[in-house]
Design a protein around this ligand. Sequence first.
Ligand SMILES: [Zn+2]
Length: 270
Amino acid sequence: MVSACAQEKSDLSMRAPGAAAAELHPPSPSLSVTPYNSTPRPPRVPSQFNSVRTSRRILALTFDDGPHPELTPRLLDILRQQGIRATFFVVGRNVEAYPDIARRIVAEGHEIANHSWNHPDLTKLGDQGMRREVEDTTAVIERVAGRRPTTMRPPYGAINQRIREALTKEYNLDVILWSVDPLDWRKPGPAVVTQRLVDGAKPGGILLAHDIQAGTIEAMPETIAQLKAKGYGFVTVSQLLALREEPPAPAPATATGPVPPAPTGTLTVP
Ligand SMILES: [Zn+2]
């Protein structure tokens, strides 16, 4: 966990000057000079996120378990009307069953992401089974939608160190969990789904929902309207990661000594 944070930090300092994030949100003066600028830059190492640190009122709306033959197109209509982009963590076998919907997700500017082939608890699979779930899903997404996913959400959020290492280091997939879970799969009704998502929203948050639940789709117009009224904008998960900001600068660093570990607040596992 600590090393992942350290890697993120290095990555951010690496990207700071002239990077897209910096242009969109210039760093404060205290962040413009970082002690890491002159050190060798390690390759980017993906990591695990429940949310990201940002001062902007942005959120990533995410939908799991589709594509669903009727509900996903209905959701895509709503997102188009609202003019917002979301992230779809799709199940490989559903992509194979509904390739046109997977293509539409990509064509309309949304992010398509890996959510395994059969939706198992990956921690209960052997290494070979886990790899097949990941690889087959990436392959079908790439084949059908022409897009190689860069993010993955393990089913149930179930992950361990072995799987995290494989996903992030071997498959170059960022592990995306969530900061708000409305428990929409328990079918609490659209009004409750809306209330839970809106109440839980914070800048940099990742909202979890399921596009295989009719009540969730029904909740979306009101949810999006209320979040917009609170000043939130919507980005895909990858856009959210690209816009993440460094933690506040620590007290002036001493010339030598180890770099203190970064806060782990946004990297908890549910
Ligand atoms: Zn799922």
